[in-house]
Each structure stands twice: as structure tokens, then as C-alpha cells.
Design a protein around this ligand. Structure first.
Ligand code: SF4
Length: 369
């Protein structure tokens, strides 16, 4: 299903496309740069506030472009300082965007980055068995403007719900594309959106601080490897053999490990960057010593970092979180094999740990909030 809004979202425009449009309507191309400065540097909320643009041009732009394609319905801050934003699109579809401000603490690792986790689709067609985003299926792809405007919601200090947000929200360290949807399935809108975030006239956010998480769409991983930008890649593995991975990730039938692993290697080698393998630990499914050994083999082959995420038990889904003892034993087996690995133990932080885990991970926060 494609949603065509009445007005085009301005955050879906590039400097060049806006210059072209302005020249088509008899305006100077330099006005496009002024508009971008208002949007991305001065964080303007309205056309009216763009005071160095002539009033007739402001009215013309307002009639053609939507400045707020998403509406914030709800913002909740969890006790561990993760904030969930529920955003409504023009067609009433809902998506979730998450701001993670608290320190991330893993075994042997401590840091304190601020990260925003964004969505790329309404729902998801890939049906991973542990993921709430996939439960209701795919509704539609987000447009370029809808993807970018999630960041803008976070950046608008006036929209911040807490004092902490007001102080901190305008700056963050990482963008992770791990929210609702499979980003690579919306590649045609994902890439232009990330380029707008990356552009000097846009948010000017470094590509190396943007992570794209995928369930393993091999052709798109290879396509992304050929793009000039240095985006980080995280792959949701969740099973270290085809037999186990297939039980929870239907995509493995289409792109089994024999094709996925070489694609990841190509990405890592082309970019010269370490890839992250996300691995949700599920009791008695993939938390065995055999799986740990197989995972260690893959990680060492790829020189990849492994991010272990103990599963959060959710009503409606049958899987269970392994005991701390089993988690630790799995983690230690990786460490003994000299694999770079972390394990996330704190609720809220695992929001950013795997493709499409947003709804599943955030709902408990809403209950607590
Ligand atoms: S884990 Fe990712 S690919 Fe799988 S259903 Fe969830 S959103 Fe889709």
C-alpha cells in the first residue's frame, strides 16, 4: 500500500530537488539553501518563522510542502531513561521512535552514548518469530520525509517532554535504523533519507555514526557495500546454523548462512569496518554450547563483534529468556574463543540491539511509564 499525502513532506527534499522546484516556479535557487538552514540548523517549526524568505514564497511553499508529516501522540520515559515516542503519520499509521540516553552497560564494557532508534516501515513482512513488529504484518513503507522527520521530532527542543530532554536532545551520538520494519526492504527510501541526515546542508550527521540493522537481505547488503558512504552494518543472526535460524527467521530459507555470511564479509572488507552480529538468546533454542561454538566460528571468520541480547519474554510469544547462568556460559564460550562480544542485561537498552525489536522491547517501558 502506498500512501500519497496531500502535501509533500519537506524533509523528503534534497537541496538539489528543492533548488529545481524553486527554479521551476521562477524563484532563485539560493532560496533552497536558506530553507535548509531554517529546517536543519535553526530547527524551524513553521514556514512563517523563516523570516528571510519573502512572504509570497513562504505561502507558496506552505501550500506545497508539509513541514510536520508526523505528529507526536505519546512520549514516555522509562525508569532507565529510555524515551519512547509514538508518532502518527498523515494516514493515521503509527510508528515508534526511541531515544536511549542512559549508559549502556555490558559485561566488560561501559559507555554512555545517546542514541536514536528510527523506524522505516509500518509493520514488517518478514515475520521473525520473536518480533512483535512482524506480528501484524507489513502495512506500508515510510517515505523519505517520514524517516527523516523522526529525527526532527527528537531534535526539536520545544517538543521535548522532560528537562533532561530539553538539555540533551538536540545532540546525540548515534542513529540506529533498528526500529519497526526491515530497513533494507525499503532501500529506495532508506538511502535517500540517510543521505539527507548525512548531508552538510542537512543534519550533517556522520555516516560512521549511523547503523543499519538487517535481518539479512543479501542483495541489499551487497548493494549497500557498493555505496560510497561508510554506514555501519548490524545483522540480526539469532541462529548460528540454518536449522536453528530457520525456526525463528523465515528469511533464512531465502538467504541461508551460505549466502549471508559471504555477503557480510564483502561488506566488512569493502568498508574496512567491523560488523555487528546481533544474537537474541532464547532459552533452549539457540543458547546451547553447539550454537555458541557455531556462532564463534562465524564471528571469527568475519572478524565481527557479537552482541548478545537475552530475550525479553512477551505475552503472545512462546519464547523464554535463558537463565543468567546459561547466558553467562554462552558469553564465556565466545570469550574463550577470542570473539569480541558483549551481553546486554539492562531493560530498555536492548531496544537498540536488534532489527525490528522496537515494539517488542518498548511495550514493557510503556507499561512501567
Ligand atoms: S526482526 Fe526485523 S525483519 Fe524480523 S519481523 Fe521484526 S522488524 Fe521484521
Amino acid at each position: 500500500m502506498k500512501y500519497i499525502p496531500e502535501k509533500k513532506p519537506i524533509y523528503g527534499e534534497t537541496l538539489e530537488s528543492l533548488q529545481d522546484r524553486l527554479m521551476e516556479i521562477g524563484e532563485h535557487a539560493f532560496r533552497a539553501k536558506q530553507v535548509m538552514e531554517w529546517l536543519y540548523k535553526k530547527r524551524a517549526h513553521s514556514w512563517e518563522s523563516m523570516t528571510n524568505l519573502p512572504a509570497p514564497l513562504r505561502r507558496r511553499l506552505e501550500s506545497e510542502f508539509e513541514i510536520s508529516p508526523t505528529k507526536r501522540l505519546l512520549a514516555k520515559e522509562s525508569t532507565d531513561e529510555t524515551e519512547k515516542l509514538l508518532l502518527e503519520m498523515g494516514d493515521k499509521s503509527l510508528i515508534e521512535t526511541v531515544v536511549i540516553r542512559a549508559p549502556q552497560i555490558g559485561v566488560g564494557q561501559r559507555d554512555s552514548r545517546k542514541t536514536i532508534c528510527i523506524s522505516t516501515q509500518v509493520g514488517c513482512a518478514y515475520g521473525c518469530k520473536f518480533c512483535a513488529s512482524g506480528l501484524a504484518g507489513w502495512k506500508r513503507d515510510l517515505s523519505v520525509g517520514e524517516i527523516v522527520s523522526q529525527l526532527i521530532h527528537v531534535c526539536h527542543q520545544e517538543d521535548a517532554t522532560t528537562e533532561r530532554a530539553k538539555e540533551e536532545i538536540a545532540s546525540f551520538d548515534n542513529i540506529v535504523v533498528m526500529g519497526m520494519g526491515e530497513p533494507m526492504a525499503n532501500y529506495e527510501n532508506l538511502l535517500p533519507a540517510l543521505r539527507i541526515l548525512n548531508a552538510p546542508w542537512g543534519l550533517n550527521f556522520g555516516a560512521r555514526r549511523i547503523t543499519i540493522s538487517t535481518s539479512g537481505i543479501v542483495p541489499k547488503i551487497l548493494e549497500l557495500a557498493d555505496e560510497p558512504e561508510q554506514f555501519r552494518l548490524a545483522v540480526s543472526l539469532h541462529g548460528a546454523t540454518n536449522a536453528v535460524r530457520e525456526q525463528i527467521m523465515p528469511i533464512n530459507k531465502r538467504y541461508p548462512l551460505e549466502t549471508l555470511v559471504p555477503a557480510i564479509r564483502k561488506y566488512a572488507e569493502t568498508k574496512g569496518r567491523m560488523i555487528t552480529l546481533e544474537f537474541i538468546l532464547i532459552d533452549s533454542l539457540n543458547d546451547t554450547s553447539e550454537q555458541a561454538n557455531a556462532l564463534a566460528d562465524i564471528a571469527l571468520q568475519l572478524n565481527a563483534h557479537v552482541n548478545l541480547i537475552p530475550y525479553n519474554t512477551v505475552a503472545g510469544l512462546d519464547w523464554k529468556r535463558p537463565s543468567i547462568k546459561r547466558q553467562e556460559s554462552f558469553y564465556q564460550r565466545l570469550k574463550r574463543a577470542n570473539v569480541s562480544a558483549t551481553i546486554r542485561r539492562e531493560k530498555g537498552h536492548d531496544i537498540a540491539a536488534a532489527c525490528g525489536q522496537l515494539k517488542l522491547k518498548v511495550e514493557p517501558i510503556a507499561e512501567n511509564g
